[in-house]
Design a protein around this ligand. Structure first.
Ligand code: ARG
Ligand code: GLU
Length: 710
């Protein structure tokens, strides 16, 4: 074991000498020194200490994990923060109603007292990070079975966290987490400081912040002003505190200077944020599974979206209720389509298989890795059918809203605390859900083998004359379809009696019947395989590092802070087509169509354009001989990003803010599995457009007083 660990260490150390291909890679900020020469050669002008330091304020102190899975950046000494419109969306939506429709009209606090609190929303700053592999793996050896090993590691992790937090004793908001990197070959400790009073300051109307909607989502050319503005509040001593009117704007250690010059084609840029999950080092069997699973999941979401979109178009009230849900469903739906296309275009499956063949040959001289590929393949084979069936549970019957509520109630019974159903009913439309239920139950019937189907299900279908009859029976008789119905059912009941009444509800019976099969026949098969995968990937990862000592490995994304760097570049999506790296206001006007909700440009923007009245925001996007004065809107770059990087600061070589990351192009989305330097581009909203909108559409230019510009 000791020897292997040393080998691994040597592999890691050696890898620092050689850079990865093109702009692939999401690098750990505290190890960024290994990349700094490459970054400098490409146009970075600061030092590694400027990116991450524990001795002085550094750029990391201006970056936060925003909410559950986005990034945000500080842009003023008074806690002002930028993130994406889609990251703020659920909060903007929660303050919206037909009277105050901030989604449609936008929201601009005109002074601090108008800023809106958001219960449940938190932001976390990274205080420091450290390699704690030795402490976490203390007393662990390769002969241990996985359960013992995990127990030991968990205990060690608890100790590491406890010890680390001692230093911050008595101070509010500190949290520690230990994350595994390279499939358990390394462990890093992260200390965060979490702030929980975060208020909404500004959001453009959706016709800017979500311009192009789901049609343009994941696409280029793109014209979305995907930003929103929040402010972090702290207690009078600048310490984290829950919402209180006595709280004051938080004073950050560091905030970004905004570059009013913006950025140009070919220039260096880096993204500092929290990418969520990538799987760059998996075997071909996983890719094969993704290629089978994606089409099933896509089809089920298409059916749900068709139903929701039709209802939303017909009724503005339904639109408010379902806009956030539909956007959420549509996002991964479209991403999976791009991912499958990209994987097929790249031939990722065949490339992985060829790589594995070479690896296999190499193991003849490296017996410690012999057989690992077979064992991985076996584990995937064992769970394959269960995994595919699981899609028809997770994206199928369990995606019916009424059944999600039943699941929450069932969980509530067990936990002894009933869920808060207010938000559920605020956004619920029974007619939509009933149609969705018919579609999803039909999918289940058509695609899931008897092995993974509840025994009583067929009899139920027969009793009610098929899927539609059965779904109608549930929706006609369940008390859960309305808040009054549920209240009525729960009123005056407690404990066992309440439990029984709930479980007698047809929606709950449906949930119970499917949950039983899922928990008995599907989850255990998947869990058993996953345990094997965990162990074998640890070996395979180490094996890949030894097999390719020249390659500059970076750990898969896991929502920890990373730096990705590259430059502003266009790309060739197909033969003969070149996508330029910038879009402008001219393109917004070209897409203008008042008939289509997603392309209905706000009147104020039309006006600006008609009068060519861009004031100080006019930029020459043409040439010197043929100037075209307009406002840049979005740009492409070669930074390696993924979900979670939304809202991340996009910075120039001097560490100044030039954009806010919000997307990738469609043909990039396979970069979670294989990065293609020719094709992969992240999409950012240009900071010049953000400022233009704040000033000219929001009339909130007063916010500039607290920012600093270059
Ligand atoms: N594709 C971006 C991301 O993955 C933006 C999603 C929000 N926008 C939308 N139209 N659904 O999160
Ligand atoms: N929009 C994504 C997010 O919410 C980022 C796009 C991507 O997956 O790269 O994080």
């Amino acid at each position: 074991m000791v020897k292997k660990r040393i080998l691994l260490f040597v592999a890691l150390a050696c890898s620092t000498l050689i850079t990865a291909s093109a702009d692939e890679g999401m690098w750990l900020p505290n190890l960024i020194g290994r990349q700094i020469d490459d970054m400098k050669a490409k146009g970075f002008h600061l030092s590694a200490e400027d990116i991450y330091s524990i001795n002085q304020a550094s750029l990391k102190d201006a970056v936060v994990l925003f909410g559950r899975g986005c990034t945000g950046e500080l842009v003023s000494p008074e806690g002002l923060l930028f993130t994406n419109h889609h990251c703020g969306y659920e909060y903007i939506q929660s303050h919206s109603s037909l009277e105050h429709d901030y989604l449609t009209d936008g929201f601009w606090a005109m002074n601090r007292s108008e800023e809106l609190p958001n219960p449940g929303l938190t932001v976390s700053f990274l205080v420091c990070m450290d390699d704690v592999t030795d402490s976490v793996l203390k007393g662990v050896n390769d002969k241990m079975d996985e359960i013992k090993r995990k127990q030991k590691i968990d205990a060690n992790i608890e100790r590491v966290k406890e010890r680390a937090l001692k230093e911050y004793k008595g101070q509010k908001g500190y949290e520690a987490s230990v994350e595994s990197l390279y499939y358990g070959n390394q462990y890093f400790l992260f200390i965060f400081r979490k702030y929980s009073d975060v208020r909404l300051v500004a959001a453009p109307p959706s016709s800017i912040g979500k311009f192009g909607g789901d049609t343009d989502n994941w696409m280029w050319p793109r014209h979305t002003g995907d930003f929103s503005v929040f402010r972090i509040y702290a207690d009078p001593n600048n310490q984290p505190a829950d919402y209180s009117p006595e709280n004051v704007p938080y004073q950050p250690k560091k905030y970004f200077t905004l570059s009013t010059d913006g950025i140009g084609e070919g220039e260096f840029t880096f993204v500092y944020g929290c990418p969520g999950a990538t799987r760059e080092y998996v075997v071909s069997d996983y890719v094969d599974y993704v290629l089978e699973s994606n089409p099933n999941k896509i089809r089920m979401r298409t059916e749900r979206l068709d139903i929701m979109n039709a209802a939303m178009e017909a009724d503005p009230e339904v639109r408010i209720k379902y806009s956030s849900k539909a956007a959420y469903i549509a996002n991964a739906w479209k991403k999976w389509q791009g991912e499958s296309l990209g994987l097929e275009r790249l031939g990722t499956l065949d490339k992985k298989r060829a790589y594995e063949e070479r690896f296999e040959v190499w193991t003849a001289d490296h017996p410690e890795y012999a057989g690992v590929l077979d064992r991985l393949q076996n584990a995937y084979d064992t769970k394959r059918e269960a995994s595919i069936a699981a899609d028809f549970y997770m994206e199928g019957v369990f995606a019916i809203e009424l059944i999600q509520l039943a699941r929450d109630l069932a969980t509530g019974i067990v936990a002894g605390r009933m869920p808060d159903v207010k938000v559920f009913y605020k956004n619920y439309d029974e007619a939509i859900d009933r149609k969705v239920a018919c579609a999803l139950v039909n999918e289940f019937v058509k695609n899931v083998s008897p092995e993974f189907t509840p025994v009583d299900f067929a009899a139920e279908l027969e009793k009610f004359g098929g899927v539609d009859g059965y779904v109608d029976y549930i929706f006609d008789n369940s008390a859960f379809t309305s808040e009054a119905g549920l209240d009525n059912l729960m009123a005056g009941r407690e404990g066992k009696e309440l439990e029984e009444a709930l479980w007698n509800d047809p929606a709950m019976e449906f949930y119970g019947m499917f949950a039983d099969v899922y928990l008995d026949k599907i989850a255990p098969v998947i869990a058993a395989s996953d345990k094997v995968l965990q162990r074998e990937y640890r070996t395979y990862m180490r094996g890949q590092m030894a097999f390719e000592p020249e390659r500059n490995f970076y750990p898969d994304a896991n929502l920890t802070l990373r730096v990705a760097y590259g430059s502003v570049e266009g790309y060739e999506p197909e033969d003969g087509v070149w996508h330029k790296p910038f879009t402008t206001l001219e393109g917004i006007i070209a897409k203008d169509n008042p008939e289509i909700y997603d392309y209905d440009v706000p009147e104020a923007l039309r006006q600006c354009h008609a009068e060519k009245d861009y004031g100080r925001w006019a930029v020459n996007m043409g040439t010197e001989e043929n100037p075209v004065y307009t406002v840049p809107v979005a740009f492409l770059a070669t930074n390696h990003t993924t979900g979670g990087n939304s809202g991340s600061p996009v910075l120039n070589g001097d560490g100044e803010l030039v954009g806010i990351n919000f997307d990738r192009t469609w043909l990039s989305t396979m970069s979670d599995l294989e990065f293609d330097p020719a094709m992969c581009r992240n999409i950012s909203v240009d900071i010049r457009y953000v400022l233009f909108v704040i000033d000219r559409i929001g009339g909130a230019g007063y916010l500039f007083d607290e920012m600093s510009f270059n």
